[in-house]
Design a binder for this molecule. Structure first.
Ligand code: FAD
Length: 202
């Protein structure tokens, strides 16, 4: 099956990324219409263990697992995103023609791939990816993938969240996923975009 973007990892950064991508649909931008997105996830986000008291705009005392559900529902309301509970094991190819293989033997193709699998390990076979120590983590053994400073690993391949080396806070992880989505949308649009909504006229 072919997608425009495949996001691997459905935690803070992966969900924020697909949410922003999906939210560009239905605005009369012909470059954003009919786009299809896939989110592959193994359900082990660090958010499952968090009780949030300092996430901007999120009610104090919100369980991370509840925010995960809320985010997924928010993405589903925009539409255009397929969710698949499966582990990605291999990414090959290049921009416009990536191939992602899942543990269950399924194969998907896409123009872009976003890696958002967190900082615990990276065991996806993926050409051109350099895994290094994550120096922003206070805990030893955490990893990240080298990128160009704007989350681009190589043409068409992005990294987001803790795997991109941002600090382990919900807002920074989600923010990097949003930035990646905006950069992909801007590439399609041919100039920088933002996706904003405004209240209806009084
Ligand atoms: C105990 C705890 C408390 C925390 N408290 C706070 C807090 O109070 N405030 C705050 O701001 N932040 C807090 N955080 C941090 C916050 O939860 C993380 O910064 C955030 O979840 C990181 O987002 P991420 O997308 O990088 O990774 P994650 O949210 O961990 O998501 C990674 C996802 O990738 C999936 N995945 C991995 N490998 C594959 C694969 N091969 N194929 C498919 N899917 C894969 C995983 O299953 C997971 O769902 C806390 C974290 C922990 C652990």
């Amino acid at each position: 099956m072919r997608y425009d973007v495949i996001v691997i990892g459905g935690g803070a950064s992966g969900l924020a990324c697909v949410l922003t991508l999906a939210s560009a649909r239905g605005r009369g931008w012909e470059w954003a219409e009919d786009r299809r997105y896939l989110l592959l996830d193994t359900g082990r986000s660090d958010m499952n263990r968090a009780l949030f008291k300092n996430v901007p705009g999120v009610e104090e005392g919100t369980y991370g697992r509840d925010l995960l559900k809320k985010l997924e529902e928010q993405v589903r309301r925009w539409g255009g995103v397929d969710f698949l509970q499966e582990k990605a094991v291999k990414v090959e190819g290049e921009k416009g023609n990536f191939r992602v293989l899942s543990e269950g033997g399924r194969e998907f193709t896409s123009e872009f791939v976003v890696l958002a699998t967190g900082f615990h390990r990276f065991d996806i076979e993926c050409e051109g990816v350099r895994v290094v120590e994550n120096t922003r983590s206070p805990k030893p053994g955490r990893i990240m993938i080298e990128h160009d400073g704007s989350y681009r690993v190589r043409d068409g391949l992005f990294v987001a969240g803790l795997l991109a080396g941002v600090s382990s806070m919900f807002a920074t992880a989600a923010g990097s996923g949003v930035q990646v989505a905006i950069d992909i949308l801007s590439e399609w649009a041919g100039s920088p975009v933002v996706v904003h909504d405004v209240p209806p006229e009084d």
